[in-house]
Design a protein around this ligand. Sequence first.
Ligand code: MRU
Length: 337
Amino acid sequence: MRTIELRGSQVVLVDQTLLPNKLKFIRCSDAEGVARAIERMQVRGAPALAAAAAMGIAVATLHSKARTKSQLLSELKRAAERIGRTRPTAVNLFVGIRRALSAAQDAKDVGDMKKAVVKEANLIAEEDVKANKKIGANGARLLKNGDVVLTHCNAGALATVDFGTALGVIRAAWRAGKRIKVIAKETRPLLQGARLTAWELKREGIPVTLVTDSAVGHLMSRGEVDVVVVGADRIAANGDTANKIGTYTIAVLAHEHGIPFYVAAPTSTIDMSIKSGKEIPIEYRSPDEVTTIGGIRLAPKGVRALNPAFDVTPSKLITAIITEKGVFKPSRLKVEL
Ligand code: MRU
């Protein structure tokens, strides 16, 4: 199933806020619609954001009435700025924007620009699926028959164009006949683990057990987790990795218990322009996501709440990074890539 697709002059995407209760696709006809879908988390996950950003710029190109290349380029820059303001942490969003804009820039006239941006957006989607399959194959070798794999948030087909990164590794191992079991953390506050990861794994028939975020230390101390595989939103040149809030806690616990901790991500998630995780911008979302759930108040009105959406796991806690180009020690990224 494709999470996101360019169909005609619209972006068609799964509304992830409705899952697991409803599988519904929505259509966005302009960059503003795509930006809003990103802000509302109807589309989310780093690689899916790259596709969404490029497709958002593609629909802006297709609907434009501009007659000259420079007119169209300035419209596209405005669309890119709007999409670029939605979420700061996943570098893939900015890679998608950059690729779409440079395809437009390189084209010779308006007609050519429309074709070039659509082609680039579709290419990003195709490359993503191919990369995920390779990540899956590279990572599946690291999982043993009978392993219990813990994952966090959703780094599955829904977070990408298809197949997934961390869930791609799990999926590939399962399809290769390894009888693994998965522990999915619910992932407060937006419950991507409970709503999305559990849904994806159940659809594929992979045994999954849902736990609260706070259960990880207990389970690890009882020997109930063999390996951790998570996704990434941005990896710095030194291997420090930003991923969903709570990932750092898992890494510290895995280190304490001698459990391998793997990050699965395409090389497009590696941001060589920044040296360490300290430079990764961390998104803070509305406190309402913490104080309420589905419109129901959980905490007293007026109480202060903080809602960092991501944290940074230092590279020293990461056993290896699984990419489409191979499996690397975080400290070797600069040398190997
Ligand atoms: O806030 P989200 O749901 O967009 O966060 C998603 C994650 O943290 C994923 O682990 C990451 O984007 C990798 S997805 C293949």
